[in-house]
Design a protein around this ligand. Structure first.
Ligand code: GDP
Ligand code: IMO
Ligand code: MG
Length: 427
């Protein structure tokens, strides 16, 4: 086995959690390297569903080490809630196998409040549709160099001082600009103390833990969150998240060398979805869109919002291939396409009178493209019980082969249902 990076190639919710859970079996350690509890990764094992927001998707495999890297933003209350829920199901969430980097930035109540207040001030088409979890404001503080890091939770005096300093500025915004209640630094500090106490045993040196996992001959699985087109630099800015979601960040966001990143797996949903605001060239507003939404159960795993649905977009995928360097694709939710007479694939865009192969670089350029489609025949059969590529109906195989041709990346895995077991290799 090699070290593996799993990343989302579209706008998130491609099925990363399911594939990470499946691959975790072979890995010594599983690491989250960016994002926070804006993520919702769904695992289904023997019919039982488990949604994870912060804890790496390897946690259901006993004995595997789960690491939360420096690139993550961690809401300590959510972390504790998540481990409590897992513990109640009998999952081992002890510090012996679960670690948070001391360098990970911490989301506090004022980040959540700022996120919600900012979103409320935006109107109509300018709304980003954030998850309201405080992700953006926490990353802002990190870059502004006034953030609170997980390691600070072990130093009450520093914590008190930092919260007070942060609120001096935030309260000016709350009162003056957003017209909401100011926050009491001392109260936030006091409420945080028992939470910090519980978090403390989980704090550690994630770089060293990765080094230790590989020194013993084990491999590391890096679990991306969100998707390439939500990346702060390369996504559909400003309708993006606040972290670097591309594969290269697996190294920086966890504290290891990029030379460790070997197998890079692009998770691709067999169609496209997006939740929140922003351009979506292949979005469907008709009965086919409703069909995908309903059959695919396309509701956000974090906010419960309906996901917008559309055809597969190879311009989006081509850009993801160029930015992430995938060694293979893992195609998910192929089963959802069963029953559609015809399938469309967007192969290029018309933009400013030209046919383009990559998304425009201008801000919000994707809002002004017209997709160029190729049509392929669909298939009727239920494929959820298929166990190999050869088992698939001919038209399903043709659809996958066309994806390989158009992206220039071979398919490694195919997923035909939410369960861990409903996955097979390309063969
Ligand atoms: P993630 O954020 O990328 O981990 O994806 P989510 O968990 O937010 O959304 C993917 C959804 O699709 C979840 O409900 C999964 O259980 C489900 N899912 C994953 N793979 C498949 C598949 O091959 N077929 C079907 N029908 N559902 C799948
Ligand atoms: P996973 O890991 C899908 C979207 C939000 C919003 C934008 C910014 O489950 O694939 P944020 O709260 O991050 O500031 O919101 O990003 N978004 C996601 N969409 N899947 C996710 O994660 C997402 N995380 C954030 O809907 O449009
Ligand atoms: Mg999700």
């Amino acid at each position: 086995m090699s070290n593996i990076v799993v990343f989302g190639s579209q706008w998130g919710d491609e099925g990363k959690g399911k594939i990470v859970d499946m691959l975790a079996q072979e890995s010594a350690a599983i690491v989250r390297f960016q994002g926070g509890n804006n993520a919702g990764h769904t695992l289904v094992v023997a019919g039982e569903k488990c949604i994870l927001h912060l804890i790496p998707s390897g946690i259901l495999h006993p004995g595997k080490v789960c690491l939360i890297g420096n690139g993550v933003v961690l809401d300590p209350e959510v972390f504790l809630h998540e481990i409590d829920k897992l513990a109640a199901k009998g999952v081992d969430v002890s510090p012996a196998r679960l670690m948070i980097s001391k360098k990970t930035h911490v989301i506090l109540s004022y980040h959540r409040a700022l996120d919600v207040a900012r979103e409320a001030l935006r109107s109509g088409g300018t709304k980003i549709g954030t998850t309201g979890r405080g992700i953006g404001p926490c990353y802002e503080d990190k870059m502004h160099r006034c953030g609170i890091r997980a390691g600070d939770l072990a130093n009450p005096e520093l914590l008190r001082e930092k919260i007070a300093r942060a609120l001096e500025e935030k309260n000016v915004l709350f009162k003056g600009l957003y017209g909401c209640e100011v926050m009491d630094a001392e109260q936030i500090y006091r409420e945080l103390l028992p939470i910090a106490e519980r978090i403390r045993p989980y704090l550690g040196d994630v770089s060293s833990a990765i080094q230790a996992a590989t020194a013993g001959g084990g491999t590391v699985l890096f679990e991306g969150a969100q998707g390439t087109h939500l990346d702060i630099d390369h996504g559909t800015y400003p309708f993006v998240t606040s972290s670097t979601t591309v594969s290269g960040n697996a190294a920086s966001g966890s504290g290891c060398s990029p030379r460790m990143l070997e197998r890079i797996i692009a998770i691709v949903k067999a169609y496209t979805t997006r939740v929140g605001g922003g351009p979506f060239p292949t979005e469907l507003f008709d009965a086919t869109g409703d069909y995908l939404q309903e059959k695919g159960g396309e509701f956000g795993a974090t906010t419960g919002r309906k996901r917008r649905c559309g055809w597969l977009d190879m311009v989006v995928l081509r850009e993801s291939a160029r930015l992430n360097g995938p060694t293979e694709l893992a195609v998910t939710k192929l089963d959802v396409l069963s029953g559609l007479k015809e399938l469309k694939i967007c192969v290029a865009y018309e933009y400013q009178g030209q046919t383009v192969q990559y998304p425009p670089q201008e801000e919000n350029g994707m809002a002004f493209v017209t997709p160029v489609y190729e049509t392929l025949p669909g298939w009727e059969e239920d494929i959820t019980a298929c166990t190999s590529f050869a088992d698939l109906p001919e038209n399903a195989r043709k659809y996958l082969v066309r994806m390989e041709q158009l992206s220039g990346v071979p398919i490694g895995l195919v997923s035909v249902g939410p369960d861990r077991a409903q996955t097979f290799g390309r063969g």
